[in-house]
Design a protein around this ligand. Structure first.
Ligand code: H2B
Length: 96
């Protein structure tokens, strides 16, 4: 069952992500990070790998790509905010 992160979970789960450059969104309950790559091919191949994980986990990023930059926002639409799935996907995106 997907549910909103509790206050305690927010501390333990989000804290390590802040260290890798994720930030809370200003306007909604979401986390975001801008990824920079060498060029468009690197950016798009990363997006392709990320997309396969997203599809496998049925949890999809909101993202915006221009050339070698990908701005990613993660939130769980089904619950209207951050859930453990967002942290899980964020960790995967960092590792790809
Ligand atoms: N992705 C994200 N980020 N949040 C969701 O709530 C979500 C999703 N829900 N991907 C899934 C698909 C849902 O809409 C479908 C119907 O399973």
């Amino acid at each position: 069952m997907t549910e909103l992160l509790s206050d305690t979970a927010r501390k333990t789960v989000l804290e390590p992500l802040y260290k890798t450059g994720w930030q809370l969104a200003q306007d909604r309950d979401a986390i975001c990070k801008t990824f920079e790559f060498k060029d468009f091919v690197e950016a798009f191949s990363w997006m392709t790998r990320a997309a396969l994980w997203a599809e496998k986990w049925n949890h999809h990023p909101e993202w915006f790509n221009v050339y070698k930059t990908v701005q990613v926002t993660l939130s769980t639409h089904d619950v209207g905010g951050l859930s453990a799935l967002d942290a899980k996907l964020a960790r995967k995106l960092d590792s790809l």
